[in-house]
Design a protein around this ligand. Sequence first.
Ligand SMILES: NC(=O)c1ccc[n+]([C@@H]2O[C@H](COP(=O)([O-])OP(=O)(O)OC[C@H]3O[C@@H](n4cnc5c(N)ncnc54)[C@H](OP(=O)(O)O)[C@@H]3O)[C@@H](O)[C@H]2O)c1
Length: 307
Amino acid sequence: MRAITYSRYGGPDVLELTDQPIPKVGADSVLVRVRAASVNPVDGYVRAGYLDGAMDVGFPAIPGWDVAGVVERVGLDTPELQVGDEVFGYVRKDWVHGGTFAEYVSAPVRTLARKPASLSFEEAAGVPLAGLTAYQSIRRAGVQAGQTVLVHAAAGGVGSFAVQIAAALGARVLGTASSANHEYLRGLGAEPVEYGDGLVERVRALAPEGVDVILHYGGTEAIATAPALLADGGTIASILDAAARDELGGHYVWVRPSTQDLEALAALADDGRLKVEIAQVFELADTAAAHEASATGHVRGKVVVRI
Ligand SMILES: NC(=O)c1ccc[n+]([C@@H]2O[C@H](COP(=O)([O-])OP(=O)(O)OC[C@H]3O[C@@H](n4cnc5c(N)ncnc54)[C@H](OP(=O)(O)O)[C@@H]3O)[C@@H](O)[C@H]2O)c1
C-alpha cells in the first residue's frame, strides 16, 4: 500500500511517500481502508521526537491518529463492525508505527465508531482527536446549562468543537481568537474575545461576575489570568498545562480513544449541532505540506489529508 513514512525524527521534510505492507489485523481490530485522515499538532510533536520518552517508535513509522474510512476486513472477534461499515476514529495505540496517513490502517475496535451519516469522509476525519478532547475536557470540567464558559483558542481544532458542544449543553460561551476569527466564532455560537494584553479586562467587561469554567486549549496566558477570571466555585481544565490541576485545583486532560464518546459526537453532528470547519485538504503525497500548515498554530478548524 502507499503510505507516508519517516525513518528518523525531524521536521516535515522527513516524511516520504513509500510502499508498505498492508498492516496485520489483530483479533479485536479491523482493517480500515482510509478515505481521509486529519492532522493534529501532536503529529508534528511525535514526528519531531518530543514524545520519545512516552511512546516507543518502530521505524519506518506511519504518522497520524485520526481516520475516516470503510471497514475492509474484520478481526477474529469484532461483532461491533462488518465489512463495508463506514467508520471514524482516533486510532492512537500504545506505540508509534502504523498510523492513518496510509491507504489502510489496522484499528482496534475500541478506537472506532460508525461515521456520522451527515458528514463527508473529510469532515468525519476532522472530528476524532480534537472532538474527543473537547468532549472529554468539557465533561471533566462539569460544564452545565446556564454556566458561562471561556474557551481559549476557540477557533482551533479542539476549540471549534468545544464552543459548539458547550453551546449545545446550554452554556454561554466566550472564546478567545485573533480578530480575523471573530465572525467565525460568532457563527459557532461564541462571543469572541481578542487574546493578548488586556484579556482580563475584556472578559470582565462581558462577564463582570467572572466565568464558571475556563477551557485552556491554547495561548500562554490562561493559567496566569485564571484566578482573576474565575467566578467563585469556578474551575479550569487544561489540555496543555498540568498547573491547571496542580496549582489551580482544576483538571488536566489527555484525550483517550472512546467508542462511546465518538458516538456522542456523531449524534451531535447528525443533529446538526456539530459542524466541521475544514481549513485545507491535501493529497496523501502532500502530507508534509499538511504538517507545515498545522504547525503555523493559526489553523481555523482542521487540516485534512484525502486518500
Ligand atoms: N492533552 C491533549 O489530549 C491534547 C489534545 C488535543 C490537542 N492538544 C494540544 O492543544 C493545542 C490545541 O490543539 P488544536 O488541535 O486545537 O490546535 P490548532 O487547531 O492548531 O489551534 C490553532 C488555533 O489556536 C489559536 N491560537 C493561537 N495562539 C493563540 C493564543 N495566544 N490565544 C488564543 N488562541 C490562540 C489560533 O487562533 P488565531 O488564528 O485566531 O490566533 C488557531 O485557531 C495544541 O498544542 C495541541 O497539541 C492536547
